[in-house]
Design a protein around this ligand. Structure first.
Ligand code: GLN
Length: 400
């Protein structure tokens, strides 16, 4: 009984173990201490003026009311064409593609649309920090397996492999969904076609659906290729494909992404979507639709970011950090445990706080990608920054 009517009644938390996401925490700390923010993944350079002017024209031509709940037709058609050209799968723009308020909303909505109480959802850690709470919001049960880090003779991580033995054990008749992320945040690991074949074998005789988070699909380096779930017909028939315009077009603050899935899955997705965000802002969708017509805008992204990765990683070789592989995404992970400073013994979260507040460079502790933090002394830097920003950060890191 609430004795004092002015007090908010106590209620049980839906997410008792969840605090504020590490990306927000580290960005706030970076702002507070005027540190260079290489933590949360977003560019510090402007997007193309052409994209802004397309959005501007849409606004000025009065495209400012509710768009269709599923997204404007031009953008859905553009997405369908892009996927068909790049990955060879034809999604029907009317029944199989929905424009979302960014990748994270697409992920939550997809999970809410198919996961119920007690359903098992398999994730591979390190995993983006929204997956687990999203599954918990659906009252699903998280089954986490760990990515395998392969090491060279000196014990340095030189590649990652998918934990097939653990995955085989994890997938069973109660599995409702398997979440994969390629290219992978934070390691940059890329699923190969043969990996998709193995996944198909694993789920073939089950009712498990797949959610494939591919928001970094256009940032793949050194001649590697992104193998989309859409390029695998058998998997595409049971998959939600998630992507993001924010990542691809340097407009993370616009919060526009999309989900593609077979019509039966998309019908359920839209039931949730319509009562969640309902729809996504109209002029951005028209602007993005026009901009998407020119494939150069996304096809050039890998070489654009590879140059940044090379610049940043070359600078890091002048520090005591050990570089981990960075074959994709706009993240570079490093191990700090061999630095000749007392802080090298700190846990990852403390090390990142220290680096932000005392050295002036913010990073993300990779332990934040695990429910039960695995402390391997690894932190993540985002290199989606102007060269001058990276240079300034490198100057500071080279003092360590
Ligand atoms: N995906 C981004 C990252 O890993 C963050 C997105 C967010 O903060 N919601 O940095």
């Amino acid at each position: 009984m609430n004795q004092n009517p002015l007090l908010t009644p106590a209620f049980p938390s839906r997410l008792p173990k969840v605090g504020t996401t590490v990306f927000t925490v580290m960005s706030a700390l970076a702002t507070e201490h005027q540190a260079i923010n290489l933590g949360q993944g977003f560019p510090d350079f402007p997007c193309d003026r052409e994209l802004i002017s397309q959005v501007n024209s849409a606004m000025l031509s009065d495209q400012n009311q509710y768009p269709p709940m599923i997204g404007v037709a031009e953008l859905r058609h553009g997405v369908s064409k892009k996927i068909s050209t790049l990955y060879g799968h034809d999604y029907d723009p009317d029944t199989e593609i929905t424009i979302t308020a960014g990748g994270t909303q697409g992920i939550l909505t997809a999970i809410l649309s198919c996961v119920g109480a007690g359903d098992e959802v398999v994730i591979i850690e390190p995993a983006y920090d929204s997956y687990r709470p999203s599954i918990e919001m659906a009252s699903g049960k998280v089954i986490a397996v760990s990515l395998i880090a392969n090491r060279d003779d000196q014990g340095r991580v030189n590649s990652y492999s998918i934990p097939w033995d653990d995955l085989t054990k994890a997938v069973n008749p109660k599995t409702r969904l398997v979440i994969i992320n390629t290219p992978h945040n934070p390691t940059g690991m890329i699923w190969q076609k043969t990996d998709l074949d193995r996944l198909a074998n694993l789920v073939r005789d089950t009712n498990a659906l797949i959610l494939s988070d591919e928001v970094y699909e256009h940032m793949v380096y050194d001649g590697h290729q992104h193998a989309s779930i859409a390029s695998h017909p058998e998997l595409a028939a049971r998959s939600f494909l998630i992507s993001s315009f924010g990542k691809t077009y340097h407009v993370t603050g616009w919060k526009v992404g999309y989900v593609a899935a077979p019509a039966a899955m998309m019908a359920e997705f839209r039931k949730i979507h319509q009562f969640n965000v309902f729809t996504v802002n109209t002029p951005m969708q028209y602007g993005l639709a026009k901009y998407l017509e020119n494939a150069e805008h996304y096809l050039g992204l890998s070489s654009f970011y590879q140059a940044k990765r090379d610049f940043f990683s070359k600078g890091l070789t002048q520090t005591g950090f050990e570089l981990l592989p960075a074959p994709a995404t706009y993240f570079q992970c490093v191990n700090y445990t061999n630095l000749q400073i007392p802080q090298a013994k700190m846990g990852e979260a403390d090390f990142c706080s220290w680096l932000t507040t005392k050295i002036g460079v913010a990073a993300i502790p990779v332990s934040a990608f695990y429910a039960h933090p695995v402390e391997s002394g690894v932190i993540r830097f985002c290199f989606a920054k102007k060269e001058e920003t990276l240079s300034k950060a490198l100057e500071r890191l080279q003092t360590l």
